[in-house]
Design a protein around this ligand. Structure first.
Ligand code: GLU
Length: 559
């Protein structure tokens, strides 16, 4: 077979040579050890936590080493394409602090290794497919879907591994004439790899015992160590009937020409790694270092670990975190705690250090499934928000409200008021950790605005309705906004004693029959009148922030 003629026949319009592309995309001029990483999302409109998780690994590896991190849009699967999805990907990642140095942007490509959108790279893939055909390493296959289904049926009936390989690869050894005839008849075809691999074989050893011989390939994975797989023996499709490449072929060509040094991707690609090994080998290229990240897991309803699912777990979508108003720094910090097992230890030793000071490494990554836990995220978020100055938090919340909850825009009109509220209890030696994410914060501080004030908790059982009104009346009558904290509390104690409540909780506990309740019950009545809740930060401070007028109005309203 004259493979060169075959290649010319199949790709008459491809005039550039592999050497042309090698020259167009020369090895990058980077310092020793600099890593080139990429994120290759498919524009399905759904960008999930796994994408972000992987993106952090990419970003850290590149930026810690003085390398390059780029964005490539993997849109070869037109069935999955969703309008506007590229914008979603770029915006979501940007929101979470993922900065690309190169690649696709909303205003076109940046960088010398593009085009960075796979659907624009057709001639490049075809050029390398042509090269493989011309070397007898790939071939056109005219099998129809029905014929493939029939082969599979036969294989299943005979309990043979299904797929197009060896004797089942019917077009593997077609003559040039056969191909010409099929082309002339306008038959659609794909280009398949002509694999050199072999399926497991049964051989009888010298000892007369039958053994299964499996040929294996070894790959070093930066997260998982050395992996060993049965080699690929499938004549995998590399170009579809449309001339568009499959993922396998596209990523190999792109990662070579874009000079990627580290491919970070999900564990779902492990099973096709042997195909990629064979493709790199056939193309004569060095493989990048693969880093297969762990699946994101959660503890399911039944208490067992399971994969996060798009259908069941809204928290898999990045939109969830934006809509709830998680601060990007909190999400970033949390992801690092599940990405690197030593991160929390580092954080405890360096509470105020910028997160990028942490030396991230693939060696400390779990390969058995990263456990995702919203409660843990919330705990991390509390600590992270504590480190964010109120002025920055104000801006973050204001912008969040403008986009996701404009009904709360009015809360940001009086900036000073909001700043005091956000700092309430945060400056103490043991600061309060009440703030978690925007939606929760709005709920938590809502009582500072009359529009959101509502009574949520019942008054303590120790206090009768008559006493409740009396407490509030006496409170209002003696209220002096200029009292300091201890003068203010002395008055509450006096009201308590006056109405038959113990001045100290421990007196009440000792002799419960001597009192109706204690001073805590009295102040809870005041708290509920002011805030609508039995629990809140320090009441005196809240009154100082609310101002005299609002304080008096709330008490009066409750009477
Ligand atoms: N386009 C692939 C995906 O969406 C990317 C895999 C890779 O990073 O190589 O999962």
């Amino acid at each position: 077979m004259d493979y060169n003629r075959l290649a010319g026949l199949l790709f008459p319009e491809i005039t550039k040579t592999p050497e042309d592309y090698e020259a167009m995309y020369p090895p990058r001029d980077l310092p020793e050890g600099a890593m080139v990483t990429r994120l290759g999302p498919s524009p399905t409109g759904f960008i999930h936590l796994g994408n972000l998780y992987g993106a952090f690994v990419d970003e850290r590896l590149a930026h810690q080493s003085g390398g390059v991190f780029y964005l490539r849009i993997e849109d070869t699967d037109d069935k999955r394409y969703v309008e506007g999805a590229v914008e979603t990907v770029i915006n979501s990642l940007k929101f979470f602090g993922i900065q690309f140095d190169e690649g696709a942007t909303m205003d076109g490509d940046i960088g010398d290794y593009g085009d960075y959108t796979q659907s624009h790279r057709g001639p490049i893939y075809q050029c390398f497919a042509k090269k493989l055909v011309s070397e007898g390493k790939a071939y056109p296959c005219f099998l129809t879907e029905d014929e493939i289904a029939a082969i599979r049926e036969k294989q299943e009936a005979e309990q043979i591994n299904p797929g197009i390989y060896g004797e089942y690869a019917a077009c593997r050894d077609w003559t040039l004439e056969q191909v010409e005839e099929a082309l002339a008849a306008g038959k659609p075809y794909v280009i398949r790899l002509r694999s050199d691999g072999k399926p497991a074989e049964k051989v009888v050893g010298d000892d007369g015992i039958e053994k299964e011989v499996v040929r294996r390939v070894k790959v070093k994975d930066a997260i998982r160590g050395t992996l060993s797989f049965p080699e690929n023996y499938m004549d995998t499709v590399i170009l579809k009937t449309t001339g568009i490449p499959t993922y396998h072929f596209a990523h190999v060509v792109d990662d070579h020409l874009m000079r990627t040094t580290h491919v970070v991707r999900g564990a779902e690609w492990l099973s096709s790694l042997p195909i990629h090994v064979e493709l790199f080998e056939k193309l004569g290229w060095e493989m990048p270092v693969y880093c297969h990240t762990a699946q994101l897991m959660k503890i399911g309803e039944d208490g067992n670990k399971r994969k996060l699912s798009k259908r069941k777990d809204p928290e898999l979508s990045l939109d969830y975190y934006r809509d709830q108003g998680y601060h990007p720094a909190a999400v970033r910090e949390y992801l690092l705690t599940i990405l690197n097992s030593n991160f929390e230890e580092w954080r405890a030793a360096n509470p105020d250090a910028p997160i990028d000071d942490f030396q991230f490494t693939t060696k400390k990554m779990s390969n058995s499934g990263a456990l995702f836990d919203l409660n843990k995220l919330n705990d991390v978020s509390k600590d992270v928000l504590l480190r964010i100055p109120a002025a920055d938090l104000y801006e973050f919340l204001r912008d969040w409200a403008a986009e996701f909850a404009p009904e709360y825009n009015y809360m940001f009109e009086d900036r000073d008021y909001m700043l005091k509220i956000l700092d309430l209890g945060r400056q103490d030696r043991k600061p309060r950790k009440d703030l978690v994410y925007a939606r929760q914060i709005i709920g938590f501080i809502g009582y500072f605005w009359d529009e959101l004030y509502k009574v949520e908790d019942p008054i303590p059982a120790e206090v009768s309705e008559e006493d409740r009104v009396q407490i509030l009346e006496k409170y209002l009558a003696t209220y002096d906004h200029s009292d300091d904290q201890s003068q203010w509390f002395d008055k509450i104690r006096a009201i308590a004693v006056d109405l038959g409540y113990a001045a100290k909780p421990k007196d009440y506990k000792k002799n419960p029959d001597d009192y109706k309740g204690h001073v805590g019950h009295v102040s809870t009545v005041i708290r509920i009148a002011l805030m609508g809740r039995a629990q809140s930060p320090d009441v005196w401070t809240i009154q100082q922030i609310m101002g005299e007028e609002k304080t008096r109005a709330r008490i009066q309203g409750a009477i």
